[in-house]
Design a protein around this ligand. Sequence first.
Ligand code: AHG
Ligand code: MN
Ligand code: MN
Length: 335
Amino acid sequence: MSEPITLRRFLTRHAHSNGLDPNLIFLIEDIASACRVIGNRLRNAAFEDNHGLAGDTNVQGEDQKKLDVIADEVFARICENSPRLAALVSEEREDAVWLKNPEAGDYLLFYDPLDGSSNIDVNLSVGSIFSICTAEMDGDRDVLKAGSAQNCSGYAIYGPTMMLVLTVGSGVYGFSCEYGTGDFRLTHPRMTIPAETAEFAINASRYRMWDAPVRRYVDECLAGSTGPRGRDFNMRWTASMVADVHRILTRGGVFLYPADEVNRNAGGKLRLLYEASPMALLIEQAGGTATDGTNRILDIHPYSHHQRVPVILGSASEVARIAHYHIADAGSAAS
Ligand code: AHG
Ligand code: MN
Ligand code: MN
């Protein structure tokens, strides 16, 4: 049997062929360690009395679960010793945390420590999302980087198998955590999204709040073989973006968390820096696309740490169709 390709081996090989900075490898390994620890804390949550609410709200006014807080602390504690990490931006912290005065090439880490945390108490899949950018010059204290500036992004999924899925800018690779050794081993080389799909993911309870282009798209999918699409569609919604994106990276599909009547003033639901941008990079690296309806997610320049954005991502042909419905709707409103 051939030797397993561990995360370290994969990254070291990549360093040789693509000139990956060893300090980036150290940081990715620290993130993997943090995710391993978070996975263990999730598994033991019932024994450690860690289910339920922390009794506080985060900067976005959302109730924090005990495990949101624990996962955030684990991420920060393990990663802050990484030699070239200059700053952390977390969903659970109001401001960026500066660890040092940045030198050119130092790293900035953006993370959602626990994604889909409403799923914890019902024992469904949750995840952690991360994104890494570099400081452009000495003293550059700007964390508001567009998604196209990311050096690396990925997520851990705490599902039946714990996995780490990441890109360092040349394809998407999935590593499964081996029970016993805790090693992340390459099991999903070059994950790619088929261009065509017959599966969509959206929180349909918000139907009455949606804009016309989103209703049109979903109505046509629901009409199935009797409607304009001429074929039946399947629908899935896990309420954990990590799990929905993982399904799309595995078997295709499209995911929508659009702007709607209720979330429009906030900009949408999902956060640009540590949810939308990292997932958009993975999706593009796997051959899919990601838009806010009008703009490529990776081109959006953030104006604040916790900025929200509408998200439509997945199989390229479906995302193009939904974007086209948005353009057609804007055109008819203007005329
Ligand atoms: P988080 O748990 O980090 O706050 O993120 C939850 C997000 C995302 O994972 C998911 O797609 C969406 O919120 C679920 O929203 P609904 O509750 O509207 O289904
Ligand atoms: Mn999240
Ligand atoms: Mn979260």
